[in-house]
Design a binder for this molecule. Sequence first.
Ligand SMILES: Cc1cc2nc3c(=O)[nH]c(=O)nc-3n(C[C@H](O)[C@H](O)[C@H](O)COP(=O)(O)OP(=O)(O)OC[C@H]3O[C@@H](n4cnc5c(N)ncnc54)[C@H](O)[C@@H]3O)c2cc1C
Length: 452
Amino acid sequence: MVGHAWDTVVVGGGIAGLVAARDLAAAGRDVLLLEASPQVGGKLRTAEVAGLSVDVGAEAMLARRPEGVALAQELGAAVVHPTGAASAVWSRGALRDLPRSVMGVPLDLDQLARSGVLSPEGLARASTESDSAVDGDVSVGDLVAARLGDELVDRLVEPLLGGVYAGHARRLSAAAAVPQLLAMARRGRLLDQAAALPAATGPVFAGLPGGMGRLPALVRDAGGFEVRTSATVRALGRTPGGWALTVGPTTRAETVRARSVVLATPAAATSRLLADVAPAAAAELAGVEAASVAVVTLAFRAADVPDALFERSGFLVPPVEQRAIKASTFSFAKWGWVRDLDPDIVLLRTSLGRHGEEVTLQASDEGLVRASLADLAALAGITARPVDTHVQRWGGALPQYVVGHAERVARIRAALADQPGLAVCGATYDGVGVPAVIGSARRAVASLTQAE
Ligand SMILES: Cc1cc2nc3c(=O)[nH]c(=O)nc-3n(C[C@H](O)[C@H](O)[C@H](O)COP(=O)(O)OP(=O)(O)OC[C@H]3O[C@@H](n4cnc5c(N)ncnc54)[C@H](O)[C@@H]3O)c2cc1C
């Protein structure tokens, strides 16, 4: 069946696709957004735990980049900031204050020493920076290890990068993941430049009361474009006037036509959709690996949780510690709005799963809860039984920005340059954080609207 021809079809209803659809509609386009799952939002999602609605995907956004906060404000949402409770890292047998750093490179060596995160030998090594030239792209881990030693990488860089990318410091690209660090390394000594950085002003992170998971519905409800959920796009082909998309189950497949298309899907899905029309781009996209993760949310009775925990926003766990969880966020201590949901209930979450360690996730939901509780007892002294739990699995969720990623993205864009009316956006390209993903959607929209 061939229906109405749309001006633009956006494939994928994560935050990238929603923002692209909204902006294209605002530019006067007739837009349809097709989302495979029953709801829009992708990795922004809330769920009920102990009857309270909290984020089970992304729970914060950088406030230092404007796109996320500005979008929320345009949509009339209040923006909130974390309480200021300090983060910690589990290292060498204790929870220790997380020293201030640029992705592990300390801003203040005395503070690093006081934290006890490193052994005396590791601290001595991190305090004397070795000379090492940096040519081209290099992994964040190799860059920092060459200058400041392996222990700093294992105990600080790894957990910090693991929290954002669920990846490994010695594989993730400095150019794509932490360009500031690469630029500093090219200029000279990291320690001197980190120590000279101006004191941070204003909050680093922001969120929405009720959760980041509210943002997708706000974009959708702002209107201007049509949304179809439970609509998986299976194939994309060229037509004389634009594009034909095959949508829905193979037994009841439908053709949707459009003058232009935005693919706001993860790399693997984008690769499949481009297989016929842009095989070179499809092959590059197929090479982007992704990490699977799980978020376990636990609700405890407030009276059962040690008071001291209210002072921390959570903690990271370096892989060298060989625990099941890689982090825990004490949502009740980090966000005022979570604490206010119900003063008798304490909500926190753990995250599990790093790239290449999918075996951690090959457990039942109960198994992931058990592993989380065992680590919370051992590391944070939480021995109570939860009153409710929720397990959210995110398969292939975080694209790995490995060494050479920026060049790969440039090759993908070059391979699509001769495809008028086709644009890509999302977490694969310009950063995985919410503001960066919004930025990539804006770039896709600009490429379509400026081409006219
Ligand atoms: C557990 C977790 C925690 C995170 N925490 C943070 C955080 O605190 N702060 C932060 O800034 N970032 C965080 N991130 C990263 C951030 O959430 C994501 O990078 C971002 O939301 C990705 O948006 P997206 O639109 O590119 O992709 P997605 O959210 O993945 O959306 C893609 C959409 O495309 C749909 N789709 C796929 N294939 C098809 C198809 N064939 N047809 C139709 N639809 C299709 C999918 O169903 C999905 O809805 C986190 C990520 C995870 C997994």
